[in-house]
Design a protein around this ligand. Structure first.
Ligand code: SF4
Ligand code: SF4
Length: 188
């Protein structure tokens, strides 16, 4: 089709919009019957090269997440349960949305200078870019919890504190299992 064809004046038949409605319905029906055919073959146990469209009944049914999907943040702990974070402020500096707020304090352990006294993330501002994870030299912050249903009726409800971030339980079952990933390794 010539690129200028779409600028042609509409005929009286075009102006009824009937051809466009027929075009649109034909696309819908083509997909409908294709999916019905593939799903029936699937129920009968006949393998096909193509897959029928699938509707996930979210939130009852979760669509498996690809392992690199960035989900809700969490702060990692050391073996003794203390935060792995050394309050270096790299994540706060890298964050383009300026939604990380850290106040450092001295750590009793002389080997490690600092730890966060306050570590807040305002999810209402977060753009889930993952820069905080990339910037962290200690692997202290990850976005691999598999939690995506994040909502609140208030702005304050979107503010996560250090304690909340340290106690988030990851839902790894929400991710697609990938045998090439090493157990316990961070996923960026
Ligand atoms: S994901 Fe991006 S926007 Fe969100 S806290 Fe991390 S750096 Fe900031
Ligand atoms: S989470 Fe990582 S980058 Fe952020 S302050 Fe702690 S150690 Fe530094």
């Amino acid at each position: 089709m010539n690129v200028h064809d779409k600028y042609k004046p509409l005929t009286w038949w075009d102006k009824t919009y009937i051809p466009l409605v027929i075009d649109g319905l034909s696309v819908t029906l083509r997909h409908f019957f294709r999916n019905i055919r593939l799903h029936i073959l699937n129920v009968l146990g006949i393998k096909t090269k193509e897959r029928g469209a699938v509707t996930y009944q979210y939130p009852e049914e979760m669509r498996p997440l690809w392992p690199r999907t960035r989900t809700l943040h969490r702060l990692m702990r050391r073996e003794d349960g203390s935060p792995r974070c050394v309050a270096c402020m790299m994540c706060e500096t890298a964050c383009p949305a300026r939604c990380i707020y850290i106040v450092a304090e001295e750590r009793p352990d002389v080997q490690i200078e600092k730890q966060p006294k306050i570590f807040n993330i305002d999810l209402g501002k977060c753009v889930f870019c993952g820069y905080c994870v990339e910037a962290c030299p200690e692997d202290a912050i990850r976005m691999d919890t598999g939690i995506i249903d994040i909502a609140s009726y208030t702005r304050n409800g979107m503010l996560l504190t250090k304690e909340q971030l340290l106690n988030i339980q990851p839902k790894v079952e929400n991710y697609v299992a990938r045998p090439d990933l090493v157990e316990g390794q961070p996923i960026y």
